[in-house]
Design a protein around this ligand. Structure first.
Ligand SMILES: [Zn+2]
Length: 488
């Protein structure tokens, strides 16, 4: 059955909540059912003594998910919303959590989450990805994955910065394994130490949507912390990638993956790794990296033969504007990088000229696992440039109500990581939800943060019977449709 009913026009006006319509939060609840998140949560091994259990494990995890997905910013903000509510007013929350008539408090949630190894929540991200496959999501949305290739980006994400240890032993020594020390003013009387948490995020970068697939927090013992911030970030990314890409390949032996990386990955060992695990790649190439390769390409570029046969340029006038785009590519296939490693190099230039004769230019170069030809040179450049979507994701995780930098737990590093993973799970689910046609219609012009926060308000302010009456919760089968075309 396809859901095609008109959606509530203005969720702020409760008097218009006709039974026939859908209340926003009902859409979200139905969407979570569709993702089968409760089942995934219930499959996590329960660390508790079952005779003493009050709440199902999945309901406690749902509590954490709700705090993140409804963008409460902190556990306390979520708890404050729930404090003092009558049983009747808690009915919606109880339904959302599946918590057997009662609503757990944040300390109960924490005490249980603390006992679950955070890696279990990485597995939830992967299971969400599996669920999309099971529902033939990518098959039905070819616009997201041209050529059916999954583009994976990796980027270091500095989530926390501490000036004092957030957890310490009796002597005041930092005992958090994820705290990477940063020394300042070394050798001077002002020498001091601060600490950072670095997660490397592995994202699925599609046309129109970016989803987290796996999060790798680095431990201090895994990396050399006696180096510059840039050096540390690079080492974190390299270390995480060496572990995570082979894991993805093993888990998904048949999927076609292309790794999108910045220039730190433009090195021979990494090219060898990609070849070994059958990952394609498009990696930023700077003049200063892979010098031999760059030198070779510079020499070839000067020859008439290359200029004639291995370059392509075109100028296009946009249909709806009077912008003129001029693009030029040159490429060098099977170029030697040394040590018997060969790769393909693409160099690309673009100039966009507007009606006032102002122009913006872009220049980029990449090493690509696939050979470059006239027909795919611009497409490969577009793929290489798409990794910037990941940066936007990091901004969202920090700023738009997800507040990943907030200390959800101080004394327990594993719990802190569990909460961080929960932000990524909430992001994954909400990001998909927001592109569903029902959510687009319901949200209207509200920001995503307001849309999410309004849903929690609905849950506590609108009688559960009314929410339950939403047509989307009444149907036994619902097929969500999506629209990924960029909105206004
Ligand atoms: Zn720490």
């Amino acid at each position: 059955m396809i859901l095609n009913e008109p959606i509530l026009k203005n969720s702020g006006n409760n008097s218009n909540l006709l039974e026939k319509n859908n209340i926003d939060v009902a859409l979200w609840m139905r969407f979570l059912q569709e993702l089968k998140l409760s089942k995934m949560f219930a499959e996590i091994p329960d660390p508790r003594q079952q005779s003493k259990v009050t709440y199902p494990l999945s309901s406690l995890i749902h509590w954490a998910l709700a705090a993140c997905a409804f963008r409460q910013g902190s556990k306390n903000a979520m708890q404050t919303t729930l404090d003092g509510l009558s049983l009747q007013k808690k009915a919606g929350i109880v339904q959302l959590l599946g918590s057997h008539e009662k609503c757990p408090c944040s300390s109960t949630v924490d005490s249980v989450l603390a006992q679950i190894e955070y890696e279990n929540f990485n597995q939830i991200l992967l299971k969400l990805f599996d669920r999309l496959h099971e529902k033939k999501f990518f098959y039905n949305h070819v616009e997201l994955l041209p050529d059916n290739i999954f583009h994976i980006g990796a980027d270091g994400f500095w989530t926390h910065h501490y000036t004092t240890p957030h957890t310490a032993d009796e002597e005041g020594h930092n005992t958090c394994p994820y705290c990477l020390p940063r020394k300042h003013n070394v050798g001077t009387p002002n020498e001091s130490v601060t600490w950072v948490h670095v997660c490397v995020t592995f994202m699925l970068i599609c046309e129109g949507i970016t989803l987290p697939l796996y999060i790798c927090p680095l431990k201090a013992k895994q990396v050399n912390t006696n180096q510059s911030d840039d050096g540390l970030k690079q080492e974190c990314e390299a270390t995480a990638t060496k572990a995570v890409l082979p894991m993805l390949r093993e888990r998904y032996p048949k999927l076609e993956f292309t790794f999108l990386g910045d220039s730190l990955y433009a090195n021979k060992p990494f090219i060898k790794l990609c070849n070994e695990i059958k990952f394609d790649y498009v990696i930023v190439l700077k003049e200063t990296t892979l010098k031999l390769l760059n030198q070779k390409c510079n020499e070839l570029a000067k020859t008439e033969f290359y200029q004639q046969h291995y370059t392509y340029e075109e100028a296009k006038l946009a249909e709806d504007t009077i912008e003129l785009t001029h693009r030029k590519a040159e490429w060098f296939n099977h170029a030697a990088a040394g040590d018997n490693v060969y790769t393909n190099v693409l160099r690309f230039e673009e100039t966009i000229q507007n009606q006032n004769d102002n122009s913006t230019s872009y220049r980029g170069a990449w090493i690509c696992s696939k050979k470059i030809f006239q027909h795919n040179c611009f497409k490969s450049a577009k793929t290489g440039r798409s990794r910037w979507n990941q940066e936007d994701f990091h901004n969202t995780a920090k700023n738009r109500g997800f507040s990943i930098q907030h200390d959800m737990a101080r004394a327990d590093p594993n719990l802190l990581m569990v909460w961080k993973l929960m932000v990524f799970i909430a992001f994954f689910a909400f990001e998909l939800f927001r592109y569903s046609t029902v959510a687009i219609a319901a949200r209207q012009t509200r920001s995503l943060m307001k849309f999410a926060q309004d849903m929690l308000e609905q849950l506590v302010n609108i009688a559960w019977e009314t929410i339950q009456g939403s047509i989307i919760l009444q149907k036994c089968r619902v097929q969500f449709r999506f629209n990924f075309s960029p909105g206004p």
